[in-house]
Write a protein that binds this ligand. Sequence first.
Ligand code: PRP
Ligand code: MN
Ligand code: MG
Length: 182
Amino acid sequence: MYDGDIASVLITEQQIGEKVAELAKQVADDYPENGTDLVLVGVLKGAVMFMTDFARALPVPVQLEFMAVSSYGSATSSSGVVRILKDLDRDIAGRDVVIVEDIIDSGLTLSWLLKNLASRNPKSLEVVTLLRKPDAVTVDVPVKYVGFEIPNEFVVGYGLDFAERYRDLPYIGTLDPKVYTS
Ligand code: PRP
Ligand code: MN
Ligand code: MG
């Protein structure tokens, strides 16, 4: 599949599975069942694979919500100005909420999302991300749960795309530069 497009496997399917279980344990320990379900907010589309695996790995009941956002301006770098394409279906006031992201790159998407969701008065608001790139430290976003810190390379798979392709790969790999320079 995608013959020759993937330069190297950065994180294997097995490593992803182990990390998802580890993150789920951390989150479950921090949110013991209290009669009100935890709300997971997955950020479409990149977070779908992680969201579905993470929700099933969590030994506490969760409700699934999704948001789709799009940054205005350049297609290749986030401008920090975000537009809601799909909003939550439910009110999150008074609820424990965890945003589920596949990757934090510049941190601008998440920075905006945290402000937006915080204004809806949840009881608590945290973030779990599978991947984080080094640039994310330049924007001050508090992320409690991080799976892997990765180098500043173009990665695809397990939800992450290049031009909407490669999301269906079960592992995370680096993209051969020939794919985006040709
Ligand atoms: C990607 C990724 C994160 C965001 C991170 O989403 O899934 O949501 O960019 O970038 P940032 O930290 O620089 O803001 P994208 O906008 O490509 O949409 P997608 O999830 O549909 O691929
Ligand atoms: Mn995304
Ligand atoms: Mg994308």
